[in-house]
Design a protein around this ligand. Sequence first.
Ligand code: GDP
Length: 315
Amino acid sequence: MNKNSRIFIAGHNGLVGSAVYRNLIEKGYKNLFFLSKKKLDLSDSKKVDIYFKKKKIEYLVICAALAGGILANSRYPVEFFNENIKIQNSLLNAALKFKLKRTIFLGTSCIYPHNTKTPIKEDQLLSGKLHPSNQAYAIAKIAGIKLCEALYKQYNLDIVAAMPTNVYGVNDKYSEKDSHVIPGLILKFLKAKRENKKKVEVWGDGSPEREFIFSDDLAEAIYILLTTSKKKIFKICDNSFPIINVGTGEIYSIKQLVNIIAKKVAYKGKVFFNSRYPNGVHKKDIDISRIKKLKWSPKFDLNKGLDIVLGEIRI
Ligand code: GDP
């Protein structure tokens, strides 16, 4: 890949896609392609094909997905399933049709079984049952990974599947009901502080543990996965189709996270853990030895990352 390579960022408006865009712009890449959903519906494979052909796309980063927190996953399983399957199918089939030089497919750590040994290694995929709280999303993403693997093996297409843990960062989606825990809590605590509320409600009992990655760190990992030779990636993946976890190795309980956010926004009221809401997976942390072999390590710990997010947020 060189500075004039023609790279399509699918989902450039989202949390991860916008970080990938910033990362590539900072490094001097000149031919970045992206379009809003209004201009190009990524689930429409005919339109995607026409666009890829016209723009002579060479590289593809698939960040486009319908994603959301634990409640959104149980509220809209149909949309989470259909949208994600359609988007990834049209993009991955275009990657084959136009023989792209490399495609990065973004998955999620929810693809792994929920009662498996942690930190979870990539080869634990499909070794046990998925957690019921996000099965539709996880199965859609597993279907995407399996399509990538088939394209890689059957057609020798150059694809890398990256599995990030819970991502947060600038340009996140803030919704009390539908976002992931970090933006959800930031929104609730900032509102409670502004409105002098005596109590903030947190879902579950606070015991689940999560690993969080700042979007700019993930974007740098994606850059490394775009630019490292196929041979080297194959080797660090035990000579198999490349699935590569991207996390930080640091885990926090939701209770710890709540304390950190409450302190950062200087909220002095009470916190109420509502166990009527689901906890989800008890512990979700991933093994990152593969990506570390490519000399990547995170630059932003949770403290630093949250300071950046809180510095930029306008709610
Ligand atoms: P998950 O990692 O797939 O479970 O997704 P989330 O990021 O949505 O949730 C992580 C954990 O945070 C779960 O145990 C939730 O119950 C808990 N949690 C506590 N308060 C909130 C909240 O306001 N929003 C979200 N999304 N999760 C919350």
